[in-house]
Design a protein. Structure first.
Length: 96
């Protein structure tokens, strides 16, 4: 994995469905604005925390400055990750 970001796991959502995310800081997000995006602004990546990898996207939250990476339940369980934990996510661009 060639890229790394470190951040705090947060819960996002208030409609009964919440996601666990890490926000990629504005500074760390800058180079990714140049990466290829789909029509919704998502950037397809292969991510990894610890020994667990998954296909996901850098998701634009709408501020035009940062991205989010969602961490699915199977990854949180496998790596014992919860809200408030600081994690390092490694990732590479993947083919869509």
């Amino acid at each position: 994995m060639s890229e790394k970001v470190t951040g705090v796991v947060e819960r996002c959502g208030d409609d009964g469905v919440s996601w666990h995310i890490v926000t990629v800081s504005e500074e760390d997000s800058r180079p990714y604005h140049e990466w290829p995006k789909n029509n919704f602004g998502f950037i397809a990546i292969e991510a990894k925390i610890g020994n667990t990898s998954w296909s996901t996207s850098l998701l634009p939250p709408g501020d035009g400055k940062t991205f989010w990476i969602a961490i699915p339940a199977k990854v949180r369980k496998a790596e014992s990750v919860g809200v408030g934990d600081v994690v390092t996510i490694e990732f590479d661009l993947r083919e869509r």
